[in-house]
Design a protein. Structure first.
Length: 189
C-alpha cells in the first residue's frame, strides 16, 4: 500500500473514531458510562488503551478520549494518571526499543544528523538532559518517540529514558485528568 494511501486511511480512521465518541457522548452521559463499567474496570481499560495508544500515533487519541471520559465520569485523577501513564509507557517502550534497533541500520545521511545530536547532548550535564526529557514527555502534547528514539539512537542510557518515560507519562496523565475534572467543575460542566 502506498504511503499516501496509508496516511489517508489512518487519518480517516482517526476522524471516524472521534466522530464515534462525539456521537456516543451526545446520547450517553460519561458518568453513566463509568457507573456501568465500574471504577476498577475503568482504570484497567485506561491502562490497556494506554499500552495500545503508546504503540502508534493513530491509536493515541483513543487513550486521551478515554482519559477524558473517565475523568469526567468521576474517577480519581491520580489513579487515572498512574494507570494510564504505566500503560502508555509500555507501548512507548516497545516502539522505543524497536526504533533504536532499526535506527542502527539507518542511512548515512541520518547517521550524520545523529552524530551532531550526540555531540550536543554529551556537552550537557546528564541532569539537564534528563530534565528536558521529563519536561518534554510530561508537559507537551507531542509524540514521546521524537525525544526517546533520538536519545536511544545516540546511545543514551535506555533505563534512564524508560524511567523518564514512565515519570513523564504519569505526570501527563495526572495533569490531563485533573485539568479535565476541575476544568469541567470550574466552568460549569
Amino acid at each position: 500500500m502506498k504511503k499516501r494511501t496509508k496516511n489517508i486511511l489512518g487519518f480517516s480512521i482517526l476522524i471516524l473514531l472521534i466522530i464515534f465518541w462525539v456521537v456516543l457522548f451526545r446520547y450517553i452521559n460519561p458518568q453513566l458510562l463509568v457507573a456501568k463499567i465500574g471504577a476498577t474496570n475503568g482504570y484497567l481499560i485506561l491502562f490497556l488503551l494506554g499500552a495500545l495508544g503508546g504503540v502508534s500515533i493513530f491509536t493515541g487519541p483513543s487513550y486521551f478520549i478515554a482519559l477524558t471520559t473517565l475523568a469526567i465520569g468521576g474517577l480519581n485523577p491520580l489513579l487515572l494518571g498512574l494507570a494510564g501513564g504505566c500503560g502508555v509507557t509500555i507501548g512507548d517502550s516497545v516502539i522505543f526499543l524497536l526504533g533504536v534497533s532499526a535506527g542502527k541500520k539507518a542511512p548515512e545521511k541520518f547517521q550524520k544528523k545523529l552524530e551532531g545530536l550526540e555531540k550536543r547532548t554529551k556537552n550537557k550535564p546528564d541532569w539537564l538532559v534528563n530534565l528536558i526529557l521529563y519536561l518534554y514527555i510530561g508537559f507537551t502534547p507531542l509524540p514521546n518517540e521524537i525525544a526517546t528514539i533520538a536519545l536511544g539512537l545516540i546511545g543514551y542510557k535506555k533505563k534512564v529514558i524508560i524511567f523518564f518515560l514512565l515519570l513523564g507519562n504519569i505526570t501527563s496523565g495526572i495533569l490531563t485528568a485533573m485539568l479535565i475534572k476541575f476544568g469541567i467543575s470550574l466552568f460549569g460542566g
